[in-house]
Structures are given as structure tokens and as C-alpha cells.
Design a protein around this ligand. Sequence first.
Ligand code: MG
Length: 482
Amino acid sequence: MSRFRFPAALRIAALLIASLLLGGPALADAPNPPRPETPNVVIVFTDDQGYADVGVYGAEGFTTPHLDRLAAEGIRFTDFYAAQAVCTASRAALLTGCYPNRIGMLGALGPRSNIGLSDGETTLAEMLRGAGYATAIYGKWHLGFQDRFLPTRHGFDEFYGIPYSNDMWPLHPERPDAFPDLPLFENQQVVNPAVTPEDQERFTTEFTERAVDFIRRHADQPFFVYLAHPMPHVPLYVSDRFRGASEQGLYGDVIMEIDWSVGEILRTLAELELEERTLVVFTSDNGPWLSYGNHAGSAGPLREGKGTSWDGGHRVPFLARWPGQIPAGAVCREPAMTIDLLPTIAGLADADLPAHPIDGRDIWPLLAGDPEARSPQEAYFFYWSRELQAVRAGPWKLHFPHSYRYLVEDGADGQPGRYAQRKTPLALFDLHNDLGQQVDLSGTYPEVVQRLKTLAEQARQELGDSRTGDSGTGVRPPGRMD
Ligand code: MG
């Protein structure tokens, strides 16, 4: 690790001591200590993009040259997880550093929901704003759509985008009567009360242009941009420039436009000479929505997809670049999760961590490509809503008996297929040798099963488990409309 910095209090104390020893000016007259070089932060977060939907992760039928370049100039994680395999929960975890069930943010909030992210939680944006950053989100929010829950109430200086998923509108293929018009927001104002298909075709370009403009306006101060593309969540839309660009079809076209978006961010940072001062992160909120057939992504060799606790639901592509700090072309095979980004970025930005308990840990040694570094978490926990379904420690993943959905009929061209439910018994998998989670080793390694059960029991006490009836001593309520 090449970065080394003192906490602010230590720096002041050191200055004071030096000034006393040297008989120099009192602290009040001393020049300000140089600001440690804190990075700008850009997080590109896509929606339902599968583990295999990036060139370097094995994509077929389309290319992602800019994402591949991000991997070549930075680090690629092979075992990175979203905290829950559905939109709201996953986004809540990324932005708070907490498991979603700790903070009551579950499922995918719709336009009739009366809950949102609690005022009591601290978001990444709030934390960075407190450290002097300019902050913005472009794209999809999904942590509550009422005024008090909007991004501008949670630490973002600017918001331009949609409050929830892009399929929650009257054109929903299965539930046309379930949703009102989809609004587009600028900060707290609705600037378009009824998004149209033509509007959605422009989204990826428009959100990218907004992000680029924000970076240009804030080139001289630290900034945080959260570019949360609503794509490739169905219904898929792409601009004219990328329609027909891929061999795969519309889904591939959409990913190629997202790849262009990342290229625009990288090009802007280069032009402004900010490359070495900016951490760029790319990842996805959950695995592919498999029932949409050719409009869904691919989890590659992983089992199942979105909406399940199997690795196809949780494991996502993860790339990070920070020239000079993250070695080019590095690969990290340690497990890590979106909850770890907030404390990691806190460390880099000299920002104060939230006062309340969070679940993430600082993974900077992993991000910095230290080959000796190990995941700071003894285990990761895989919840579906409030049910603890699986736990991973090292190469081992233990699934508790639970029901999950599996595909019985493929969809196509925007029309969904059909899932059915089935139950898994207790099952232990060695992910280093069985990526597809096919061979249950629970009978062969009872001591591993026992160790993972003990870890799960600790999580259950703290975070709850609807299967066992534990409510969790550390669970906090979400925000709720009166
Ligand atoms: Mg999603």
C-alpha cells in the first residue's frame, strides 16, 4: 500500500508538538497542513447486469472495450457480491454500508410504497459531503420517492433521474394497471410527469452527459458522482447510435451503450488531468433477470440469477481504477461486498464513519492489489428479504434450507417467462472448485458446516432471520410516511 496518512487529530497534534519544539509560530498562525490527496469518486452502478456481461468476465455477442480498459488499468474482482439480489435492497446497502435488513430497506419499492431510507441513516454522499465533496446522482434512486426520501435529502447536491425502476409504469408487460406514469426528477422537482419510451431511449446518454458536466464543473474540488444507470433492467431501451450495434441483439446494444458511457467518463477524467486523482468503480446491483430470456443478461457459470441467494443472484462484475494507487491489470479473488465500499471510501477521503453500527469493512488493501491481503470479513451473509439463506466464508458457501425461484419457461423480446418455486435442503459448496454450486459437500465436511452455522447464528442475533423468528438486536426501522 503506497498511501499513508494520519488521522486529522494526529496531524494537528504533530503540528502542535513540532511548533513547540521548534519555537515556531503558534498553531493558529501555522500554515494549514497540506490536504491529503483524497480521491474523487465515481461509481457507475448498473441494473441487473449479470456476472458474465462484461468482456473481461466472458461476455458473448457484444464487446465492452471501455470496461475492459478499466480492468486493464485497474483491478478486477472475481468474487464480489451485491448485498441482496434486488434493486432497493442492493442500493440501500451500497449507499449505507449496511446489510439491507439492518436498515429495513428490502425488495423493490414501488410508487405505492410508504417507506424510504431513514433520515437516521448516513449515506456515502452525506459522508463525503461532510468531507468537502460535491455530490451528485444521475439515473435511478429507488430508496423512496416521496420528497423527504429523495437523494437531495440524503446528501446529494444534485439529482436527475427516476425514483424507482423503469418498468414501474403503465407499459409494464404483465401489470399495466398497477402503475401510474413514471416521473423524471430534477432535484426535488418533477420535470417530466410521464416518461415515454422515447425518453427512456435517451436515458443512458442523458445521464452520462449530466455526469460529465458535473465532473467538468467540479474539477477543482473533490467530487462524488453516482451514475446509477436504469439499464439493462427491462424494458430495454437504447439510443439510435447503438441500436443494432451488437450481434447479441437489444440487450447487447444496451450494454455497449453503457460501455460507451464509461468511456465518456474516462475520457473526461483524462482531458481534465484527473485520472490520478479519481477512483472509478464499476459494478451492478444484482444478477440477471433470467425470465426475460434474450432481454436478460447472463450469470455465466454461476447458478440461478436475480431474486435468489445463489451466486448468480449476488455475484456481480466489479472493476476499480485509480492510476498510481491501484496496480494495472490486478485481479482480486477474495470475497468482498458492496457494503464494504462506504468504509473503504471513508478511509480514502478522511471522512468520518457513521456513528451507528454498519456492516461493511475497509477493503482498501484488497483494492490496492496487495496479494497478501485477505477479506477483512470473517463471513458474508446472504439474505432474501429478512430470511438468512446462505453464508460464505473463504471458499465455502453454506445454504440453509430455503425456497427459491427457478426458471420453467423462457421469455423473449420483453415478455417474461415463468418461474416456479423449489426448495433446497442444507447444502455446502466449495466455490473455488464448484463455481456452479452443483456438488453438496455438507456430508463430507461437517466441521465446516458447523463453523458456518456458528457464524450464521451470530448474524442472526444481530440482523435477525425470519425463518427462525429472530428479530435481530441491531435492526433499525426504515423511514415511514405518517
Ligand atoms: Mg436490479
